[in-house]
Write a protein that binds this ligand. Sequence first.
Ligand SMILES: [Cu+2]
Length: 289
Amino acid sequence: MTMSMGQMGRRLLGWTVAGMALMASGAAFAELGQPAPWEYKLQEAATPVMENITWFHDALLVVITLITLFVLGLLVAVMVKFNARANPVPSRTTHNTLIEVAWTLIPVLILVGIAIPSFRLLFLELDVPKADLTIKAVGKQWYWSYAYPDNGKFEFDSLLACDETRQKCEPPRLLSVDNEMVVPVNKIVRVQTTGADVIHSFAVPAFGIKIDAVPGRLNETWFKATKTGMFYGQCSELCGKDHAYMPIAVRVVNDQEFAQWAEAAKKKFASAPQNSFAAAEGAKGIEAQ
Ligand SMILES: [Cu+2]
């Protein structure tokens, strides 16, 4: 079947519109704190750090688009104006001081312009402010343990909420856990991470945090969640065969709910070492599958 240019143009337009509608619908289904089907952008920010990351990402996208279009324009101009047919007798020019200074200086200025907000963002991420509470997240093969030293010194394990075949899971699939990490809204939470066996990585996209959990080291990061709700992340360092099955689920609640939860958790997880042991044995059970 042969198509005229007009038909082809219309078909292309049709595909473009369909693609954009799909993207828009994907974005419309996006739920706070978790990934959505066909999502192509960053998850909606729930902390000041992630708002900054999103802003920086969007700003860089503009810069990179302008540079790409500029270079593309130059290439097209060269191809049209200076091909052998259009320009049979090429110029013998080899140096132009002005343009050489310009094409060195302008990229340097652009890079410095990018470096300033980049370093500001890095310092914001790495400089932990005075924390309202500290939570220690320990990565284990293959689940997380959370300790709350400031709220009653309890510790508990957080395992994937799926059956052993991982076919029957609580929604959102492969992200929900049995015991969520709970934090108060609008409070600065310092997260300390370490690994119990191999290197894991504690990451929650909506909070803009991702920090390695390394055996024998204590890393720290922070977040201040400004929205209540459920926020999901995953272990982000290849840590073994069940790396994909150790999600991170954070429930952000108001102060009162947090106090109630901490009270209840203190009692529920009073015998933490036994719980950890039981969970570890349980995890081994899955491993044996
Ligand atoms: Cu891991």
